[in-house]
Design a protein around this ligand. Structure first.
Ligand code: NDP
Length: 256
């Protein structure tokens, strides 16, 4: 690759805020952004967990841990102001933290439904709005929300998750329609079936696991590292004319 190609993907001098960077997909995304040159604000509920922060600092980047509990609306309203105060600016927002609750729809508790909507949808809106206000004003920014295959499909026993992730996909388009002309790119990444803690129960169900593997054209679950290229692409100048897109990273599942 020539140096001009590499420059297209460089994030040197950029400041990125990443939620859910403690483990799984978000951790790989935060490290990828740092490897591409960005300084990082890790938005997480346990501020005493400094493992990923230390890994990123070892790369020579600035990295701070700031509090965010996506289940708590009040906490969501404070996250972006804290990033601006601590880091001085925000160029890239990655709304990646999320939860899953599985019950049959006939038994789905109201409380769990509301919690999933707050964590997987409302928090995405609250942080996007706050970061977007700042980015629109400076006419530059990248917002990337982690969507899901269940932004397009209904799933089984996960109606709240499907409702939230479906809405994340349309909120991405709604914000993109307003902000594309203001220099702010709003896009999403939809992971397929990925080997993270969120799927440990699914992977322990031998029958379901085999059925899923048989349907994935690549014949394997994805890994968090499979998201490094996608997130750097959408956070960098390489994707400047990409708006309202949901980039599916799923080993071919959606094409089947
Ligand atoms: P993990 O379960 O491995 O990690 C979840 C992350 O979200 C952790 O960093 C966790 O932090 C954080 N988080 C959970 N609850 C809260 C909270 N209340 N406040 C702040 N942070 C919280 O998940 P994945 O890496 O698998 O998933 C990441 C994203 O990708 C999610 O949005 C998920 O819906 C999506 N996704 C995942 C797929 C998969 O197959 N794995 C498929 C499609 C979408 P902590 O360490 O503190 O718990």
């Amino acid at each position: 690759m020539s140096s001009s190609h590499l420059a297209l993907f460089s994030l040197h001098g950029k400041i990125a805020a990443v939620s859910g960077g403690t483990r799984g997909i978000g951790k790989a995304m935060a490290i990828a952004l740092a490897e591409a040159g960005a300084d990082i604000a890790l938005l997480q509920r346990d501020v005493a967990n400094t493992e990923v922060r230390d890994e990123i600092r070892a790369l020579g980047r600035k990295c701070e841990v700031l509090h965010l509990d996506i289940a708590d609306h009040e906490s969501c309203t404070k996250a972006i102001p804290a990033v601006l105060e601590t880091m001085g600016d925000i160029d890239i927002l990655i709304n990646n933290a999320g939860i899953q609750k599985r019950h049959k729809s006939v038994d789905f508790p109201d409380e769990d439904f509301n919690t999933v909507l707050q964590c997987n949808l409302k928090s995405v809106w609250t942080l996007s709005q706050a970061a977007g206000r700042h980015m629109v004003q400076k006419r530059s920014g990248k917002i990337i929300n982690t969507a899901s295959l269940l932004s397009f499909q209904g799933g089984i026993n996960v109606p709240a998750y499907a409702a939230a992730k479906g809405a994340v996909a349309t909120v991405i388009k709604a914000l993109s329609n307003e902000w594309a002309s203001q220099g702010v790119n709003v896009n999403g990444i939809a992971p397929g079936y990925i080997d993270t803690d969120m799927n440990s129960a699914l992977m322990q169900d031998q029958t379901r696991y085999r059925q899923l593997l048989e349907r994935i054209p690549q014949g394997r679950f994805g890994t968090p590292e499979d998201f490094k290229g996608a997130v750097v692409y959408l956070a960098s100048n390489a994707s400047n004319y990409v708006n309202g897109e949901i980039l599916v990273v799923d080993g071919g599942w959606m094409g089947r």
